[in-house]
Design a protein around this ligand. Structure first.
Ligand SMILES: [Zn+2]
Ligand SMILES: [Zn+2]
Length: 249
């Protein structure tokens, strides 16, 4: 299993990174986790525009899904003909949300001609060569974390979340824990919205995650401080996500 960080900036893009987007590959299958602002451009550094096999949207905040509008253009108006419908696993309401954001879809069915929307529910299912488990996490809109397993290895992605038990379950003994750390410990204290570095580290420790990668750090947040806070409470290898970083599992 191979994980590539396409974009990792939290809430809005930075000069260095697009918003949330991660490419997970195994056996030639390509699953994209989220497609936030700027992700479609960065994605083309790592795979062909039409080489995705499925997309997972953790939730419908713009910084996780808004480039799906741009991707609609690329698929619907492709010069070689409209693309087939690509499976998109997303919370309820994704099609309407994206059609509204696009504002002028050419027909009522256009979005579903190129995206096969499949409403996420908590639980496990097969997705290409992967066994995945999605669970609701703690955020102001319906939001999912996901665990992806392949050939005895596991990657867990938090999506956006505050502290929640579901995240410990998803990340239990995971080989790589891609966990958000948007807030700064001692500075922002808004429950049920985001984690800070310390909380991400505590989740990783409770879950016995083997490696922690902090992500979704907004441009106004000091990533190094969050990493230091995580390391105070988590003994395993920990680092900050970087655009273009590749993890082989
Ligand atoms: Zn976000
Ligand atoms: Zn969010």
């Amino acid at each position: 299993m191979k994980l590539t960080v396409v974009g990792c900036s939290g809430s809005f893009p930075s000069a260095e990174s697009a918003c949330s987007s991660y490419l997970v590959e195994a056996d030639g299958f390509r699953l994209l986790l989220d497609m936030g602002n700027g992700a479609l451009g960065e994605l083309q550094r790592h795979c062909g525009l039409y080489d995705l096999d499925a997309i997972f949207l953790s939730h419908l905040h713009a910084d996780h899904c808004i480039d799906m509008c741009a991707y609609f253009v690329a698929r619907f108006y492709r010069h070689d003909g409209t693309c087939d419908a690509l499976p998109v696993y997303a919370p309820d309401g994704a099609e309407q949300r994206l059609a509204t954001a696009y504002a002028d879809v050419p027909s009522a069915t256009a979005m579903s001609e190129v995206f096969d929307f499949r409403t996420l529910k908590p639980g496990s299912f097969d997705l290409g060569p992967f066994r995945v488990r999605a669970e609701r996490v703690c955020h102001p809109v319906e939001a999912f974390g996901i665990r992806i397993e392949h050939a005895g290895r596991a990657v867990t992605y938090s999506g956006d979340t505050g502290v929640c038990d579901a995240l410990d379950e998803l990340a239990a003994d995971t080989d790589l824990f891609l966990c958000e750390a948007s807030f700064t410990h001692g500075k922002e204290d808004i429950p049920e919205l985001h984690l800070n570095g310390r909380e991400a580290g505590l989740h990783a420790t409770r879950a016995r995650a083997k490696r922690l990668v902090l992500t979704h750090i907004p441009p106004w947040t000091d990533g190094e401080r969050n990493l230091a806070d995580a390391r105070e409470v988590y003994d395993g290898p920990a680092e900050l996500a970087r655009p273009g970083a590749v993890y082989e599992l």
